[in-house]
Every structure is written in C-alpha cells, then in structure tokens.
Design a binder for this molecule. Structure first.
Ligand code: NAD
Length: 264
C-alpha cells in the first residue's frame, strides 16, 4: 500500500465518448491528463478542445508509449488496443483502470499477465450507483428469502439495439445467486402458466431518451420492495473510473473491480 495521491492520468481511447468524458471529469477533480492516445483523425488535436473544456495543451498521440508518463492509465478503447496496452503497462509496472468490453482471449491473457505486475481495476459498469445496487440487491434477496419473488425491469432509449441490457442480465445473475437459483428468463408472453418459485424474469422497455433505468422488484404477500437505479448522465461511468484511478494507486498487483474500490 502507498499513500500517493492521483495527479497524472493517461487515457487510451481519449477521443472516444468515454475518453472525452474522462477528460471532463478529471478536470473537475483536479487531476491532470498528461497523455491522450487515440488514432485516426483525432491525432494531433488538443484533448481539451475535443472534450469541450477548452485547450489543455495535450495533443492526442497515436503512440501507446506516451502513456508511460502517467501514474495511472485509464482505458476505454477496443479489445485489440486494450490488449496491447496491458502488455506495455506490465513492462512499466503501471496501474490500469479498464472499462473496455468484449475482450478477446488474447486481451484477457494480457490482462491476466498485467495483474501479476500491477494493480488493475476492470469493470463492465463503472457506475457507483449500479455497483451498490448489485450489492443491495443480493443482500435484500438473501434476507427476504424464498417468500419474495424477484423480477427485474429495465428501460433504455429507443436507439438501443440489444435487450435486455447487460446490466439487467448481470442483476438477474446476482439475485439468482443470492437466492440459490440457476434460472433467469427474459420476458413472458402467451399462456406461460403461473409463475414458478425458481424463475426471475428480466423485462426490457424502450423509449425516448432514457439513459438507463433498472428496478429489482421483490414481491411478497402483502408487501413489495423495489430497488431502482436511474442514470441521467453517461458521465457516471467516467466519475467511477476516475474514482477507481485514485484508489488503485495505493494497491498491490492484482485484479480488482468496483466493489473493491467502494469497499463493499
Ligand atoms: P468510442 O468508440 O466512442 O471510443 C473508443 C475510442 O478508442 C475511439 O476514439 C477509437 O478511435 C479508440 N481506439 C480504438 N482502437 C484504438 C487503437 N488501436 N489505438 C488507439 N485508439 C483506439 O467508444 P466508447 O463509447 O467510448 O466505449 C469504449 C469502450 O468502453 C467500449 O468497449 C464500451 O463498451 C466500453 N464502455 C464501458 C463502460 C463501463 O462502465 N465499463 C461504460 C461505457 C463504455
């Protein structure tokens, strides 16, 4: 453990939606972005101007090696780029916070090797509220026991193409595990018969510009508990990632997720 404070981060995927969001959040948190790596048309542009926060004096570079100057590297890119970063960061012994999803076998292997050399926070969802929702959902389902039926409803904007959301599916898994069940089902339609004790439905609503809402219902006889998370801004992921970057600096090598960052 060290008590170093976070002053300098590097971003891989800096010109992407998440990378720009991290540049905004870092500025608010008083953390300097010392290296911004991306590719294509963004190369050579000022990160602050791309992120809409005014000139920062940090040009987007195509060179991964620029990231060595950072205390912690935050990665929201693509699996191939992330895998390359993990190998470099292992040779530098540099902590990494990574949110890139869909890692392939090669990137997973590089991630595993990195965790032997440096601390890594990897999470499919960096929202602090969603991380706590999973924790509370498991606790509530366990304590209320089999007399309470669990059901999950999620709602997202009309452009979302997959359903149910990855977060809703994960919430179903967390609750199923807490209740000792191995079944979740995605939706009901037609003459499906009465609800059984060992099912959890995960239902998806779509419409408008809803950023993301998830509700767990725990319905018993005569009472019902509802736990809801509502996202109103995609910056929640960037805030969680910057919080994780501050936390990871004090850790030894290993693989961590947002539950560790939040002390759950
Ligand atoms: P995006 O497409 O807007 O940004 C990705 C950026 O990475 C792009 O600017 C792209 O040019 C850059 N990039 C890709 N390959 C590169 C390479 N070889 N070298 C340099 N730069 C490269 O996507 P996004 O919405 O910012 O999401 C990025 C990743 O983060 C995705 O995997 C997404 O699923 C994930 N994500 C995770 C969370 C979470 O909480 N864990 C939240 C949002 C998004």
């Amino acid at each position: 453990m060290s008590d170093a404070t976070l002053e300098r981060i590097g971003i891989l995927g800096a010109a992407g939606r998440m990378g720009r969001s991290i540049a905004q959040v870092a500025g608010e948190a008083g953390v300097e972005v010392v290296a911004a790596v991306d590719r294509g048309e963004s190369v050579g542009r000022d990160l602050g101007e791309l992120a809409g926060v005014g000139k920062l004096g940090v040009e987007v570079s195509p060179e991964l090696d620029a990231l060595e100057a950072a205390q912690v590297i935050i990665d929201f890119s693509l699996p191939a780029a992330a895998g390359e970063l993990f190998a470099k960061a292992a040779s530098w012994g540099r902590p990494v916070v990574t949110g890139t999803t869909g890692l392939d076998a090669a990137a997973m292997e590089a991630l595993e090797a990195l965790t032997k050399a440096a601390p890594v926070v990897a999470a499919p969802n960096f929202s602090q509220g969603v991380t706590l929702l999973f924790h509370l959902a498991a606790e509530a389902a366990r304590r209320l026991g089999p007399g309470f039926d669990a059901e999950i409803v999620e709602m997202h904007h009309r452009r979302k193409v997959d359903a149910p959301s990855g977060t809703a599916v994960r919430l179903g898994e967390v609750v199923a595990e807490a209740k000792g069940l191995d079944t979740t089902l995605h939706g009901r339609s037609g003459h499906v018969g009465a609800r059984t004790d060992d099912e959890i439905a995960v239902l998806a609503l779509r419409g408008g510009d809803v950023v993301g809402e998830h509700t767990l219902f725990l319905a018993g006889m005569g009472e019902r508990l509802e736990l809801t998370h509502r996202a109103t801004d995609r910056q929640i992921f960037a805030r969680g990632a910057v919080r994780a970057a501050g936390w990871v600096l004090g850790q030894g090598p290993g693989r961590y997720d947002m539950t560790h960052v939040m002390g759950l």
